[in-house]
Design a protein around this ligand. Structure first.
Ligand code: FAD
Length: 461
């Protein structure tokens, strides 16, 4: 008998419940990844994520080969590609791990129904979230709108299960596969050098980074996580996004160091993992989170419409504010930006330039290797003040104060904005000579007042 495993956001062998179940059933196993840019509502990956996906699939194919089966690649709308593959392989069962976006769930539900009609057993598993979005509710039975009580409720749930072992040996039939190179996931012209130098996509890269983090870097996390110049966070976000590591594996690696001197660092780290869960819970109950204000009063907000030059300055890291420019250039170079700087660059776009948060969300979607439908949308709404448990609208990050506080010596800024090495005043370069560096694109005090007035008008409306 043939079991078909359909991999999606779970490009790993270890702690992969669908794959584990297929291996336990015995018989032959076919593992497929379908590149689907056609099903309406499923957001195609942006440029940086496509680069990541290419390398992640290449790594996955190698790992699967090493346990005995190829990775079958197919392209097209999964609603037709999957049934065709079931027919072609004569599969009796099809297994997958759950996804939580609305279009993804609708697709999976219709495929399940179609399988049932044709006598194929289709089953889905919990793999990518520690707590299912519907699992925890407020006392009134509602989904949580505020993070802290959400995470407290999660922590009262039964402990997340232990990770499952990777299959040791699989066998399967020969099935035609697309060639990965034909999918055109890699950029032309090639702008990915910085990504190649920074990341090792795939399960082995994830496991190595997890070990580095929990063996040493985690010490001081609760403080270091705010310092962009320090390699003090786990950088597991792209691996979690593509499912090359499971949150259950991360959870138990953290638990193993929970007591003792690292207790506070571990608690702080797990609460960030909790934010990821919270974002997915928000997306599950608000499927349009990337495009629709969570707080409808924001629908009346008067965003700036004539923003061409300012938007371009932000995108290119040429706003004249060193921390903002360093962040945007970091993202260009390595497809990842430090969280504190994501908050600062987001606040700058929304509040100092008065540009609609959705413009920023889309730009990050294209540029981040960890671009995640839930975390990106929820965090942009958090910065805008339009989201659940959001930063209040009057919280406007001052990029100069932020830089002085979190990058006092300018190590981070100079890494990405080297032309400031000769500036007389690193944090406020316009106050002295700063050869080759642009003047500020807006005045901080004026734009702050403008933002406060615009948000005030919203309250008065
Ligand atoms: P660590 O500090 O090591 O945290 C561990 C894990 O917790 C992360 O890998 C991530 O999975 C999760 N996490 C941490 N912070 C958050 C958070 N605020 N919200 C949700 N999950 C979190 N994160 C993404 O994964 N994808 C995105 O597309 C994304 N877009 C963002 C956009 C904006 C405007 C902002 C302010 C934040 C965004 N984040 C996003 C959240 C956060 O910046 C990244 O998760 C974090 O910087 C990843 O680095 P790390 O793995 O070293 O984090």
């Amino acid at each position: 008998a043939v079991t078909l495993v359909w991999l999606r956001d779970d490009l790993r062998l270890a702690d992969n419940p669908a794959l584990h179940e297929a291996a336990s059933r015995g018989g032959e196993v076919v593992v497929v990844y379908i590149f689907d840019e056609e099903t309406p509502g499923i957001r195609p990956p942006g440029g940086a994520s496509r680069w990541w996906l290419h390398h992640s699939l290449a790594a996955l194919a190698e790992s699967l080969e090493s346990v005995g089966v190829p990775l079958v690649l197919r392209r097209g709308p999964a609603g037709t590609v999957l049934p065709a593959l079931i027919a072609e392989t004569g599969a009796e069962a099809v297994l997958w791990n759950r996804r939580y976006g609305l279009a993804e769930r609708e697709l999976d539900a219709s495929l399940k129904a179609e399988c049932a009609e044709s006598g194929v057993a289709a089953s889905s598993f919990q793999a990518n979230l520690l707590f299912e979005p519907w699992q925890v509710r407020t006392g009134a039975g509602e989904p949580f709108r505020v993070f802290s009580p959400f995470w407290r409720a999660c922590l009262r749930e039964p402990e997340p299960r232990q990770p499952l072992p990777a299959p040791e040996r699989l066998t399967g039939p020969v099935v035609r596969s697309d060639a990965l190179a034909d999918w055109g996931l890699l950029p032309t012209p090639d702008w990915a050098q910085g990504l190649r130098e920074t990341w090792v996509p795939g399960e082995a890269g994830a496991t190595a980074r997890l070990a580095d983090f929990f063996d040493s870097l985690v010490e001081g996390y609760a403080t270091n996580r705010d310092l962009p110049a320090v390699d003090g966070t786990s950088r597991l976000s792209p691996y979690l996004r593509h499912g090359e590591i499971s949150p259950f594996t991360v959870w138990h690696a953290a638990q193993a160091r929970r007591s003792g001197p690292l207790a506070e660092d571990i608690r702080s780290y797990l609460s960030e993992i909790g934010w990821r869960e919270f974002c997915w819970q928000l997306l599950y109950f608000n499927p349009e989170l990337a495009t629709v204000n969570y707080r409808p009063e924001f629908n009346a907000f008067a965003w700036e419409s004539d923003t061409g030059a300012e938007l371009k300055a932000w995108q290119r890291g040429r706003t004249g504010y060193p921390l903002i420019d360093a962040g945007m250039r970091q993202m260009w170079q390595i497809g990842w930006m430090h969280n504190r700087v994501r908050m600062a660059t987001g606040s700058f776009l929304i509040k100092n330039l008065l540009i609609d948060w959705r413009v920023g969300e889309q730009f990050f979607w294209d540029a981040l290797v960890d671009a995640d439908a839930a975390s990106n949308a929820a965090n942009w709404q958090w910065v805008a003040g339009s989201g659940a448990d959001a930063s209040p609208y009057f919280r406007i990050f001052n990029p100069v104060t932020q830089a002085k506080k979190f990058d006092p010596d300018g190590d981070y800024v100079l890494r990405y904005v080297p032309e400031l090495a000769d500036a007389e005043n690193l944090h406020e370069p316009w106050k002295g000579a700063a050869p080759g560096y642009p003047p500020p694109v807006v005045d901080l005090a004026e734009s702050r007042q403008r933002a406060l007035a615009a948000f005030q008008a919203l309250g008065d409306a």
